[in-house]
Write a protein that binds this ligand. Structure first.
Ligand code: DC
Length: 223
């Protein structure tokens, strides 16, 4: 068995990556790293400081101190010493994250931090470019997807459960816009790695997805 392993789970917004990755990490005794939360934190810094446009974002990107802190198995994001975990999941933060993630200087900083975290321990990492760029030698790569409508329904349900109701049509159009931005940016666009296993979760339960990934992961780790 290898010393450390890494599992990359990529795919579009709302495919269920974070819930699934968290459960897979728990089953395998690995750390779960949500890389989207890191871009969201950078996005929050830019919007809090009124910094817009790729050039201004690039030149401001070295300033904030962005830290990932694990409290139990929960990932907290710390921005310049303040825990901002509760502020990074609004629809506005999502769009801002998508914008800052297209800026190469932002990606360089975040990828360096992600690789550092993966170096010393076994990880399950979710994002858009984990299998294609961040961890090209990952033990297992999964590309998780589902139809836009199913993903929008899931996001809508999460927002309603959190008391932050938004019209379904708005959630759907935001998902379509983010997919487009994430797949068409010049640097590390979202795409399936050639050696990734593609799973369409539109008609699968969360448990089925987790079970399928854990099974593949165990086989890959033992190989
Ligand atoms: O996974 P998420 O919805 O929290 O991601 C927020 C945004 O960050 C998303 O629009 C794409 C971007 N992102 C990225 O470009 N690369 C990653 N590894 C993770 C997220």
């Amino acid at each position: 068995m290898r010393k450390h392993f890494s599992i990359a789970i990529d795919g579009p917004a709302g495919a269920g990556k974070s819930t699934v990755a968290k459960a897979v990490a728990k089953a395998l005794g690995a750390v779960y790293l949500d890389t989207g939360a890191m871009y969201r934190t950078m996005g929050l810094y830019m919007s809090d400081n009124g910094i817009t446009g790729p050039e201004r974002i690039a030149s401001a990107s070295a300033k904030p101190e962005v830290q990932v802190r694990f409290i139990g198995d929960a990932q907290h994001m710390v921005l310049d010493g303040t825990d901002v975990t509760d502020r990074i999941h609004t629809p506005e933060a999502s769009l801002m994250a998508s914008k800052v993630s297209a800026v190469p200087a932002v990606r360089e900083r975040m990828v360096a931090l992600q690789r550092e975290i993966a170096q010393g321990q076994s990880v399950v990492m979710d994002g858009r470019d984990i299998g294609t760029y961040v961890l090209p030698d990952a033990t297992l790569k999964i590309y998780l997807t589902a139809s836009c409508e199913v993903r929008a329904e899931r996001r809508h349900r999460q927002l309603v459960a959190a008391g932050k109701d938004e019209p379904y049509e708005k959630v759907l159009s935001e998902i379509v816009e983010r997919d487009f931005n994430d797949a068409h940016r010049a640097v590390s666009p979202m795409r399936q790695a050639d050696d990734a296993v593609r799973m369409d979760t539109s008609d699968m339960t969360e448990e089925q997805v987790v079970e399928a990934i854990v099974e593949r992961a165990k086989a890959a780790i033992a190989a």
